[in-house]
Design a protein around this ligand. Structure first.
Ligand SMILES: [Zn+2]
Length: 325
């Protein structure tokens, strides 16, 4: 586990969030203030790991030269990766959307080029740390952060410490089974995972499957996105309301499992799909209350994430600040 009591030292953290689409980076100070920001497209998935390293280094140099104009320095780099990370071996084990990083010793490669201490962390784990430091879970110590995006990710913090699991695979909340009979295949190879119902992809699929039953729905004949389904729901489109209600049921089942397992103080829900909160919260709460025991539910807070796209950057920075880097 990582101790999370901030230590003071001079210089700011270079934090980078390596997404499947964009590389976002920024300088972050001890208080979590974001200084200079950089956003570039991530080198295409087919490119080699060295190109990804070069892109991160270029972003770091850009931040560094901006900082130097004001007399500032960078003391460490912390990089968020969309995949499983072996912290002890400083290696990316598997990054489904950036497979050139599979088995790659990213930390070493960056240390050699940057000359600073370097940390790497899984994206959903970093987002959980960011939300605990400066977001919805500020002041809470035992939380679960669920990110509902194209897929479903999760981060677990127990008594202030990130729980990565023995192999760095903890918090894969998207792959909790919630419906073994649906037959809907997940990209992990399993069927009935939470991700196939509570992700943006899942919302679009469920909508498409029911279109023929709702011929008057405004969602017929449109390019479907989860955001469009949500917007149609706000206009009381019957199909959209049905889909988001069902999504809330599955999410509630998944979260009730987490309550049974971890008895958290707070569950934070972030990611683009959390925008549909108003239309899924009722069925989500109902499922949790029906399925989980009353005592852990009574004390449980469920909140929308507050850090938005910066959760990963802030979490990465906090991990570096508290590691003694
Ligand atoms: Zn799965």
């Amino acid at each position: 586990m990582t101790s999370m009591d901030p230590v003071s030292s001079s210089g700011v953290i270079f934090a980078a969030d390596l997404g499947g689409t964009n590389l976002r980076a920024a300088t972050v100070d001890n208080a979590g203030n974001i200084g200079y920001r950089v956003k570039h497209p991530t080198p295409h998935a087919s490119r080699c790991a060295e190109e990804i390293v070069s892109a991160i280094v270029a972003a770091a140099r850009e931040c560094e030269s901006s900082l130097k104009q004001h007399g500032g320095t960078i003391r460490a780099a912390s990089v968020v990766v969309p995949g499983t990370v072996d912290i002890a071996a400083e290696t990316v084990l598997q990054a489904p959307n950036l497979s050139s990083l599979d088995g790659f010793r990213l930390t070493d490669a960056l240390k050699q080029k940057l000359g600073w201490p370097v940390l790497i962390e899984n994206d959903a784990n970093a987002a959980a740390v960011g939300e605990m430091w400066l977001g919805a879970a500020r002041g809470y110590r035992t939380i679960v952060c669920v990110t509902l995006g194209t897929g479903v990710g999760g981060g677990i913090i127990l008594e202030g410490n990130l729980w990565r699991g023995v192999d760095g695979s903890a918090g894969e909340i998207g792959h909790i089974s919630v419906d073994p009979f649906s037959g809907v295949k997940c990209k992990c190879g399993n069927t009935g995972c939470l991700e196939v119902f509570a992700s943006a992809t899942g919302i679009v699929r469920m909508t498409r499957e029911s279109l023929s039953k709702y011929p008057r729905s405004e969602l017929n004949g449109e390019d479907l996105t989860a955001q469009r389904v949500y917007e149609a729901g706000l206009r009381e489109d019957e199909l959209a309301l049905k889909v988001l209600e069902k999504m809330g049921v599955y999410l509630g089942i998944g979260l009730a499992n987490l309550v049974h397992l971890l008895n958290p103080e707070m569950i934070v829900i972030g990611g683009g799909v959390a925008n549909g909160w108003l239309l899924f919260e009722k069925s989500m709460h109902r499922e949790i209350e029906q399925r989980a025991f009353p005592v852990p539910v009574r004390n449980l807070k469920i909140a929308q994430a507050k850090c938005g796209d910066d959760a990963g950057l802030l979490g990465a920075a906090h991990l570096a600040l508290t590691s003694g880097s």
